[in-house]
Design a protein around this ligand. Structure first.
Ligand code: CAA
Length: 262
């Protein structure tokens, strides 16, 4: 366990095999994401970006709740000028730009900014108790950190409209059917599954993982034609890596590859 005493809203632990886990840790407030929580997450990601021993991140909130949204009490203090000067979009952009993979292990409520944090992650493993939603409409507001844009691109127009306009939650099964999560487990197993998957990914070539993640996310921004061209360039670029030589040699020699990120 590292760094815990420096933080108020998260716990950080580095298990082994290059996996760093960030646990949202304000259970009394359903892990509501006040600014401090986002800042602490960003601080850890910034350090992880430069640490070649860290290959992948897991973000979780524990077995009962992922996060019930932005901290409404904190948000209530901000008027229009406060919101215009809000630091939160800067934090969100940093999370979105993180180059290594992030897996979310989501149990219980993932609401508002909690759902938006989940959608910033690359893979989502959900406990069967997950309740996912964008209930901002109940507060007379709307999502402000991707809850209209990322949600639409994943679940499509009808379900995005339903969730954002009604504020109703969807369960893990619905979320899986709509592609918001990739697997469902028992709540007590979601972290273990995320960790197992993280270790598999941590063993791959870090450079190939990074470029593949970038290429998939690039699809949000481009036409199919431009995306395919960019994918081909990325694929070609990897021919310059030692990891590619090692990966192909290991296949030919019927052994496990040892990737160095070179
Ligand atoms: N912000 C601040 N505090 C929160 C919170 C939040 N988002 N969600 C829960 N809490 C607090 C509650 O105030 C309560 O604290 P107190 O005991 O001090 O009153 C504690 O957590 C437990 O909550 P409840 O008593 O309400 O628990 P419940 O089991 O009855 O209900 C819930 C759980 C359905 C998640 C309910 O708490 C809820 O609806 N929370 C708000 C969800 C929401 O609206 N999220 C969107 C926030 S806005 C946003 O996220 C904007 C954005 O990104 C741009």
């Amino acid at each position: 366990m590292i760094n815990n005493k420096d933080y108020e809203d998260i716990l950080v632990s580095q298990i082994d095999a290059g996996v760093l886990t960030i646990t949202l840790n304000r259970p009394k407030f359903y892990n509501a994401l006040r600014n401090n929580a986002l800042e602490e997450i960003v601080n850890e990601l910034t350090k992880a970006e430069d640490d070649s021993n860290i290959k992948i991140i897991i973000i979780t909130g524990g077995e009962k709740v992922f996060a019930a949204g932005a901290d409404i009490k904190e948000m209530a203090k901000l008027n229009i000028v406060g919101l215009l000067n809000d630091i939160r979009p800067v934090f969100w952009r940093k999370i979105a730009n993180f180059s290594k993979p992030i897996i979310a292990a989501v149990n219980g409520f993932a609401l508002g900014a909690g759902c938006e944090l989940m959608m910033h992650c690359d893979i989502v493993i959900a406990g069967d108790n997950a309740q996912i939603g964008q209930p901002e409409i109940n507060l007379g507001i709307m999502p402000g950190a991707g809850g209209t844009q990322r949600l639409l691109r994943t679940v499509g127009k009808s379900m995005a409209m339903q969730m954002v306009l009604s504020g109703e939650f969807i369960n893990a099964e619905q979320a899986k059917n709509f592609g918001l999560v990739s697997e469902i487990t028992l709540p007590e197993l979601s972290y273990h599954r995320a960790l197992k998957l993280a270790k598999v990914i941590a063993n791959k070539s870090p450079i190939a993982v990074r470029i593949a993640k970038e290429s998939i996310l690039n699809a949000y921004e481009t036409t199919l034609e431009a995306g395919l061209a960019s994918e081909r360039k990325a694929f070609t670029l990897l021919a310059a890596t030692e990891d590619r030589t090692e990966g192909i040699a290991a296949f030919m020699e019927k052994r496990q590859p040892t990737f160095k990120g070179l």
